[in-house]
Ligand binder design. Structure first.
Ligand code: F6R
Length: 569
């Protein structure tokens, strides 16, 4: 999603801005731009890769202040004219978020000549208009909350005041950072770590004024705030591909280490047994991790668990009370729908976050947080964070050492599944099937494969296919069938036979104890059995997705249309 990077300080600004934008690239973007001050405010922006923008700019330009942006299109297609920064009147601005009432605002800003299709340009006009009336940008920013519906993180420069950068946030991420070389505003903490580990968390409606010497933060009533300076103590050196070709495969191979770290550093987990009911809320893979959690909590604690997609949960009757626990799962801790759900329920019941990014918005909003220790995850398709989420959910109910599990994962990682991937990569459709927990893994396998390889893939409960979808099975349709649950393996095998009889090419994933020699599959992957089974089964599933995407020459770490941190609704 959109990334903001602003700098003012002692060093030349352009190399720092471009470097900062590069560190936000992993979030997903389709265009980029910067504005910087010389004797005037200059803007450069370009569609596509950041290198296109770099080619336009002289990095050695004498400028010490600037605002930068990577855009992930929401309102208006990816194009140079829709890229940020925008300039209207005296305001030059970058924005992350969605201005929901921009059409209404547009009607009262008719004097402006709009150059883009974006809501962000309307926001620029609005701020300019308010500024022309009172000439006090802090007061203008303080008013936005009452006028704008939606979410925003903003960095801006005013023509009358070229030594300062101003910022504000509401429901979109923005952090402030301090260093010996100057001050920064950025969309996330990793983006500033090259220059400093000192950062300040901004709350909604905090207003920032910063120049090369000082930072002032105001609340919406214009009181000056004294905010805590935090120190990031994580390991930054790991944010490189090292010996690997892609971040995704590096992150797959990091799983034994980060799982063990997550295990060691989370020995005192909340007691789930005191709740009557548990809801688990997340999006995408986080939702899939929640489904695995449901299986284990229901099986071992006998508590009813509902797993909900955040974008649905936020608009429905939630049936919660003070005996309900709602668990929010998020790698980034910034997913807008999940964050909105926390805000919706947090005063009515206990909330627990399973979050990867320390001090992220969701981590700060929930009553209790436990951190997955996956480290920085760069590939858009989550792997190691998903596994750590599952581990924490399972650890809340299984009290068992994971040393054996780790050595089994290391063993599995020795196979690369390239040969099986060869059978899949030139297909356009594929099915993942399984029952119960294997269906939950099938959902994740299908998502992983489709998001990075662009093969159309669907996950089905194995017994459900014959109620309609089996009509799509024809000669050589690939069906990946997962059967690791001993109580259901025979049922799943019957379903596999149904697709096999219709010509499917079956890749069968099972455990050593359930392994059967037969003719109902074409390829077989056998995994060692374990109490923490999903953490083993997921390894070939992730590696198959990776190798298929690689064989199809896809942009594995940054699949098209996707963003790592989904900060808009
Ligand atoms: C898929 C994937 C997404 C995320 C989802 C939630 O590989 O990464 O489906 O799981 O966007 O993101 P977080 O966990 O940051 O809330």
């Amino acid at each position: 999603m959109c990334g903001i990077y602003c700098y003012v300080g002692k060093k030349k600004a352009i190399p720092i801005l471009l470097d900062g934008l590069a560190s936000l690239e992993y979030r997903g973007y389709d265009s980029a731009g910067i504005a910087y001050v010389t004797d005037k405010i200059n803007i450069n922006k370009e569609k596509g890769h950041l290198s296109n923008l770099k080619n336009l700019i002289d990095a050695q330009t004498d400028t010490y202040i600037g605002i930068g942006h990577t855009r992930w299109a929401t309102h208006g297609k990816p194009s140079k004219k829709n890229a940020h920064p925008f300039k209207q009147g005296k305001i030059t601005l970058v924005h992350n978020g969605i201005i929901e009432n921009y059409q209404e605002l547009k009607k009262i800003l008719t004097e402006y000549n709009l150059k883009s299709e974006t809501d962000s340009e309307i926001l620029t006009c609005l701020i300019d208009k308010l500024y022309s009336e009172c000439h006090d940008i802090i007061k203008v920013l303080a008013k936005l909350n009452k006028i704008i519906k939606g979410s925003y993180a903003i960095g801006l420069i005013v023509k009358d005041d070229k030594n300062n950068i101003y910022g504000i946030k509401k429901n979109s991420p923005l952090i402030l950072a301090q260093s010996d070389i100057g001050n920064f505003l950025a969309s996330d903490i990793p983006a500033i770590l090259k220059y400093t580990n000192k950062y300040i968390l901004l709350d909604d409606n905090d207003i920032v004024k910063m120049n090369k010497d000082e930072i002032t933060i105001y609340d919406s009533k214009l009181n000056i705030l004294d905010k805590k300076i935090n120190t990031f103590d994580g390991d930054v050196s790991k944010i490189s591909k090292g010996k690997y070709e892609h971040f995704m495969v590096k992150e797959i191979f990091e799983q034994p280490d980060v799982l063990y770290k997550t295990y060691l550093e989370n020995q005192n987990l909340p007691d789930l047994k005191k709740y009557n009911k548990i809801h688990i809320v997340g999006c995408g893979s986080a939702y899939h991790a929640g489904l695995i959690g449901k299986y284990y909590i229901e099986k071992y604690c006998n508590i009813e668990v509902n797993v909900e997609i955040a974008s649905e949960y936020r608009y429905k009757n939630n049936f919660i009370d003070k005996n309900t626990l709602v668990i929010f799962i998020s790698q980034s801790g910034e997913t807008a729908d999940t964050l909105a759900c926390v805000k919706k329920v947090k005063d009515k019941c206990d909330t627990l976050g399973i979050i990867n990014v320390i001090d992220s918005s969701i981590a700060r909003e929930v009553k209790n947080v436990i951190y997955t220790k996956a480290g920085c995850e760069i590939a858009v398709a989550t792997t190691k964070a998903y596994s750590c989420q599952i581990l924490l959910l399972m650890m809340m109910v299984l009290k068992k050492d994971i040393t054996n599990l780790i050595s089994k994962i290391n063993h599995l990682l020795k196979n690369n599944y390239e040969q099986i991937s060869q059978k899949i990569y030139n297909k356009e459709h594929l099915f993942y099937i399984g029952r119960d927990i294997d269906y939950y893994l099938a959902l994740e396998g299908s998502l992983k494969l489709k998001e990075i390889s662009y093969i159309h893939s669907e996950a089905y409960p194995a017994g459900e296919l014959k109620h309609g979808t089996i009509s799509l099975i024809e000669k050589n349709t690939v069906v990946i069938a997962i059967a690791t649950d001993k109580d259901l393996v025979d049922k799943t095998i019957s379903n596999i036979k149904e697709v096999k009889a219709r010509g499917a090419y079956v890749i069968y994933i099972t455990t050593n104890s359930l392994n059967q020699e037969s003719d109902f599959y074409d390829e077989k992957i056998v995994i060692e059995e374990d109490l923490y089974q999903p953490l083993l089964t997921i390894i070939p599933i992730q590696l198959i997705a990776y190798h298929v995407a690689k064989l199809r020459k896809c942009d594995i770490d940054k699949p098209k249309n996707l963003a790592k941190s989904v900060t808009v609704e």
